[in-house]
Design a protein around this ligand. Structure first.
Ligand code: UD1
Length: 387
């Protein structure tokens, strides 16, 4: 794979922002825009590690959300966690040096987040972490390790929900480094709701007819956590349960590349084809938003979708035992159903009979989180990159 480190213009930036995987893109979009508007004197560049590389996982997001093209793509691609993290680090270091950046900004909890934070910190540069302090308290999740370590070496930590500050304080992060600014992903959602693609344009008419899909009469399903899809027995059990759920409500299943690969490897495709389940490829941001907006419910193991459904007021059944985003359960529309058959079907039935939780919008999920971040970053830079 080609290393394109030379593409970055030497000394070209003050702040190097990093993205790597799909859930990073909707977080960086409003941050880049807010920095351009509210910190115009800062020279900000975007670097893509190339952790996600499929066109649909990339261009559709960059184009739809108006994210500036990255100055550089490290093209690291897939690998084991160690390989991927190491490869990002190896390729990020010369790019960071060449950029002349005085600080690095990372978002979320993917392998690229940790890898770039580590390199910047060891180069003596301050690290800014957006979406800090979320904890599932489940170290079997690779993202939990990424969160804990990234926060530990960050200098400026922006949190998206109230409880995150307590998690950070308990881990010894100094109070003055933490800023509760709200949820940048919800900035993006609010900005783009009016542009969401109606589900009828995403789901073919024959499939809609075959499965009785109509507005407010379908569930959206996403699955990609290693704990749910990497083990053949666990994946089979989950898909059998979802088959049963589809007898109650048709399911639109958007397939992450890793999930499709596992379903094919374990020969589980025939199981899905028998059910009232429409299989869809990974969707662009506006298509996915359109699907969720008119859904009766969403079934997911994603982190971000738990937040998006709370912001949309759509009931969410989370197919995990824990969440790092507890506000979506405390105040939002989310229920943690886990992966047990009875619990999942009970959660689905509750929504079908009572409409599910209504919830309220958490504090600072108001569309202005990125502007708050830009103000803090600008003042911080003017103060010589010191808290
Ligand atoms: C990563 C993040 C996860 C996030 C998810 C969203 C980590 C540890 N995990 O998981 O937190 O929720 O992104 O999608 O960083 N693949 C492709 N094309 C791509 C990307 C991946 O085919 O563009 C396939 C490959 O088979 C690859 C597998 O998906 O091996 C896993 O990709 P990887 O980036 O390692 O992790 P995700 O499961 O996508």
């Amino acid at each position: 794979m080609m290393n394109t480190v030379n593409e970055i213009t030497p000394g070209s930036c003050d702040l190097l922002c990093v993205v790597g995987a799909r859930p990073n893109f909707m977080k960086i979009a409003p941050i880049m825009a807010a920095l351009a508007e509210h910190a115009p004197r800062m020279r900000v560049s975007l670097l893509h590690t190339g952790q996600h590389y499929d066109a649909v996982m990339n261009h559709q997001y960059f184009d739809a959300l108006g994210i500036p093209a990255p100055s550089i793509n490290l093209e690291v691609g897939s690998g084991s966690h160690a390989q991927q993290t190491a490869e990002v680090m190896r390729r990020f270091e010369p790019a960071l040096d060449a950029s002349g950046a005085r600080a690095a900004l990372v978002v979320g909890d993917v392998n690229s987040t940790l890898a770039c934070a580590l390199v910047a910190a060891k180069r003596g540069l301050p690290v800014i972490h957006v979406e800090a302090g979320l904890r599932s308290f489940d170290r079997a999740m690779p993202e939990e390790i990424n969160r804990i370590l990234t926060d530990r070496i960050s200098d400026l930590l922006f949190t998206s929900e109230r409880g995150a500050r307590d998690n950070l304080l308990k881990e010894g992060i100094p109070e003055q480094a933490i800023h509760f600014v709200g949820n940048v992903m919800i900035d993006t959602l609010r900005q783009n709701l009016g542009r969401a693609v109606p589900f009828r344009q995403t789901v073919a008419p024959e499939e809609r007819a075959r499965c009785d899909v109509a507005e407010n009469n379908y569930a959206v399903l996403t699955l990609h956590r290693p704990s749910n899809v990497d083990d053949p027995a666990a994946l089979r059990r989950l898909l059998e349960t979802l088959n049963e759920a589809s007898e109650r409500i048709p399911i639109l299943f958007t397939l992450h590349p890793r999930t499709r690969a596992m379903i094919e490897k374990f020969e589980l495709m025939p199981l899905l084809k028998r059910a009232r389940i429409v299989l869809l490829p990974p969707l662009g941001y506006l298509e996915m938003l359109g699907l969720m907006k008119d859904a009766r419910m969403v079934l997911t193991d994603s982190g971000g979708i738990q937040e998006e459904t709370t912001a949309l007021g759509i009931p969410c059944v989370t197919l995990r035992d824990s969440t790092e985003r507890p506000i979506t359960v405390e105040e939002g529309t989310n229920v943690l159903a886990g992966t047990d058959r009875i619990d999942i079907l009970r959660a689905v039935d509750a929504i079908l009979s009572y409409g599910g939780k209504t919830g309220r919008i958490p504090q600072y999920w108001d569309g202005a989180a990125a502007v708050r971040i830009a103000h803090v970053v600008r003042d911080w830079a003017e103060n010589g990159y010191k808290a």
